[in-house]
Design a protein around this ligand. Sequence first.
Ligand SMILES: [Zn+2]
Length: 461
Amino acid sequence: MVLRIYDTLSRQKKEFKTIEPNHVKMYVCGPTTYDHSHIGHMRTFAFFDVVRRWLEYRGYRVTMLINITDIDDKTIRRANEEGVSFAEIADRYMFDFIRALRSFNIRLPNIMPKATSVIADMYYVIQTLIDKGYAYVAEDGVYFDVSKFEDYGKLSGQKREFLLTGVRIEPSPYKRNAGDFALWKRRKEGEPFWHAPWMDGRPGWHIECSTMIWKYLGEQIDIHGGGTDLIFPHHENEIAQSEAFTGKKPFVRYWMHVGMLKIEGEKMSKSLGNFITWFKALEMAPAAAWRLYYATNAYRQPMNITEQGIHQAYETVKRIYRAQQALRQAIADNELGDESVDVTEYMKRFEDRMDDDFDTPGAVAAMMDFINAFQGKIYRLNEESARTVLKTLETMMYILGLPEVSVDERTARIIDEIVRIRSEMRREKRYDVADRIREELAAAGIELHDGKEGTRWFVLP
Ligand SMILES: [Zn+2]
């Protein structure tokens, strides 16, 4: 099966073909760094992390860019509230974002530029748009004239007339059309500014993405991602700017959008008090559980986060790690038999699901069926089969972004010793102490399994 990706612009699944042979250029709109990252961000970036891993599995080299919107109304407002510079706010929450990515086992992008690092390049892009007649200098800023761009509205499917006259997203008496958007905003009292050729001020939001894509990835890219909330106006405006600037179409081959989150059926918002930051999420369940939870929901659909849902995902993910560790130990301790198994059918099903527009719920189902199929006979497998099963399982786990879970050598020795002491306790029939040790270890993610051959221990996420 070939990889097919749903493209928001053409509203259909299309066969994946890169612009450059075997090289994927991928851009995902990053966060505005004025507050802690939350589980909605993590859903989007975890998904594109899976996309990247899958493309690499399919043999592509992937160059991935996530931008940082460091200058924005929100960073400025927060900076003024705290009496610090916007750059301090932006850096604080950029580092928070990086910690969040790492904590959720989301690989860092190849390039992660800040909007303010490409201001000079924006001058060039904006001036070119003015020279070509797509943008104009007004009293309070430089605007993109949406009436000059014929395809305006093609991504979001909005009516052109409506966009020209009806939408008032950025109110200004100086705009030619209601839908015109700011490329550059004139300096205001108490705001940071740059000395642009037209007037002192700061960039609009949309121009940063178009500029970075052009600067770091080129005039045309393969994949552009973000949340569905960015389709309009942000991505619509990116298309207008970029295609007007370069004169090349299409600017993006595959537009991919991840659905929004709800918490127990309600919109996530600070005012409702149901805002889940990334670190609060990790107190509810470990990253592995969140990654599986995200993966069991189709990426284009809205996702409803529930207490029960994350709990269930945690239980399921423990089964995956138990299977992995049982296999690892069986191989390491040579507790094997002589049965052989064929895993190709399971891997093929997993691959087919992933190739079908990243159907991760289907891929998770294939992985769980695979685990169910061999779990009862781990100790009967011959070594070659056991190794193949383990490798296949770990490949699936890696693609779905499930983190490696293990303890270091020193901790392993300590656990071994505790387990040995507990075994002595059990021989002496001091079951109360033995049970307490088991419970305490379980609370620390170490699970004991008493069997005929003694006690095994597994480290779980
Ligand atoms: Zn963007």
